[in-house]
Design a protein around this ligand. Structure first.
Ligand code: DC
Length: 229
């Protein structure tokens, strides 16, 4: 780690279901870093809009809601990031499929991105972080110490997300999950503001066909090597 820097930051970007959050959380636990799941923050804004009865693409409506929001996060002893909306724990609610679509839609709105930018940067200033999202290496932390772009084949990402939802007891079908993944890939990559895109200086890691353990060990090793540079 550079001696003149207070914190070390790792940016992990990539499409939905590539395994970013699972791997980032495990590596953060192993290395003693704070894990920040930025998708969960966008999901919390999406949930707030859904609950307020605002259409997912109503930018003026969502922008008017932002100043009224009270969003915060907490970390469990086991590193799980809990999201609070007005003090209410919404960690499970934000994983529902309808909230995924809302999160993707509201995340394309410039006022939403501006609102969340400083929150994310502050966390990286104050802690050693592994932060995952879509634009962490390109926009949020352009000077991150290590940038990783994690991806996998869409069918495999859908299968992993489907298995995860089943474990959480959320009823859905593989076809619905694949359709959501493809919708969000398109939405997240084609939007004009902060699209999902590999930063020029990011390392590409394709996890298709990998076990979770294999991807975890590749990423952790990469982080450790960079910390010792
Ligand atoms: O990572 P996730 O699936 O929980 O993210 C939910 C949505 O939030 C996703 O469709 C895109 C958006 N998002 C974003 O635009 N920028 C980020 N840094 C993280 C997520």
């Amino acid at each position: 780690m550079h001696e003149d820097k207070k914190s070390f930051s790792v940016a992990i970007d990539g499409p939905s279901g590539a395994g970013k959050s699972t791997i980032a959380k495990l590596c953060a636990e192993k290395l003693g870093f704070l894990y920040v799941d930025t998708g969960a923050i966008y999901r919390t804004v999406g949930l707030a809009a859904l609950e307020a009865g605002i259409a997912s693409k109503d930018e003026a409506g969502v922008a008017a809601l932002l100043p009224k929001l009270d969003i915060s996060m907490d970390h469990d002893g086991d590193g799980l990031q809990r999201m609070l909306l007005g003090g209410r724990d919404v960690t499970s609610d934000i994983r529902k499929p309808e909230v995924s679509i809302y999160a993707s839609d509201v995340s394309a709105m410039p006022p939403v991105r501006a609102y969340l930018l400083e929150m994310q940067r502050r966390l990286a200033r104050e802690h050693n972080v592994i932060m995952d999202g879509r634009d962490i290496g390109t926009v949020v932390l352009p000077d991150a110490d290590l940038k990783i772009f994690l991806t996998a084949d869409a069918g495999e990402r859908a299968q992993r997300r489907y298995d995860e939802l089943l474990i959480r007891g959320i009823a859905t079908s593989y076809d619905d999950v694949l359709r959501d993944i493809l919708y969000r890939d398109e939405n997240d990559s084609k939007r004009s503001i902060s699209p999902l895109k590999q930063a020029e200086d990011a390392v590409l890691v394709d996890t298709t066909g990998n076990t979770l353990e294999k991807s975890f060990s590749i990423i952790c090793r990469m982080i450790e090597e960079n910390m010792n540079k």
